[in-house]
Ligand binder design. Structure first.
Ligand SMILES: N[C@@H](CCC(=O)N[C@@H](CS)C(=O)NCC(=O)O)C(=O)O
Length: 205
């Protein structure tokens, strides 16, 4: 059975959501953050040398990195291609992987800088200009891609929506969504999915 090593508050919630969407049996092992540093506590380092989450184990296989976990789960469990196009459809698959990797690869960094700046009492003019520019660029890009669609690849929810929802939720927490009403509506739509609600019930205690 799959074991998900789940650190409270963060990306790992998205892994719980995926497992719920895919309807896979799994065991959830919950870890907590240090209340002072907000980093993971030492017990997560006993699972993986980085001490970060999500990490899944499936028999003798251990995988970290949220997009790699998504790809693995799709390959093994999404046999009917409900959440991603089949690999033999190269163009659709390429477009899907682009949106799968984009949130972690390009959007999270500027949002992290923004989060650090919001917590800082010192002025950082260069970083401030960078995060304003990049956050607006990426949120605008996602909003344009959504256009009038319900989800990031069109009318149907796909596994690319996990990571995109995660960065949009982070942007919301950082007060960045006001100029992007489509993103606000997208987030509500994604988080209203029954599988997400089940994930919250199981993983947020
Ligand atoms: N690129 C990794 C990032 C993993 C990561 O940084 N996870 C955070 C939670 S959102 C974490 O475990 N932080 C705890 C720490 O750094 O101590 C992924 O996509 O899974």
């Amino acid at each position: 059975m799959i074991v998900l090593h789940h650190l409270r508050i963060g990306r790992s919630m998205i892994a719980v959501w995926q497992l719920e969407e895919l309807g896979i049996d799994y065991e959830l092992k919950v870890y907590h953050r240090d209340p002072k540093t907000f980093l993971a506590q030492e017990d997560l380092k006993e699972v993986h040398p980085l001490g970060k989450s999500p990490v899944i184990e499936d028999d003798d296989l251990m995988i970290s990195e949220s997009s790699a976990i998504t790809t693995y789960l799709l390959e093994k469990y999404d046999t009917e291609h409900n959440f991603a196009p089949p690999r033999c459809d190269t163009k659709k698959w390429a477009n899907f992987t682009q949106w799968l990797h984009y949130p972690e690869g390009s959007v999270f960094g500027p949002l992290l800088v923004k989060m650090i700046l919001l917590r800082s009492t010192e002025p950082h003019a260069g970083l401030d200009a960078y995060s304003k520019r990049e956050v607006a660029l990426h949120l605008g890009h996602i909003s344009n891609q959504l256009a009038d669609n319900e989800f990031i690849l069109g009318g149907d929810f796909s596994a690319a929506d996990f990571g995109v929802s995660y960065v949009i939720a982070l942007a919301k927490r950082l007060g960045q969504l006001e100029p992007f009403p489509k993103l606000e509506a997208y987030l509500e739509r994604s988080f209203a999915r029954p599988a997400y609600l089940r994930a919250v019930e199981k993983a947020v205690e």
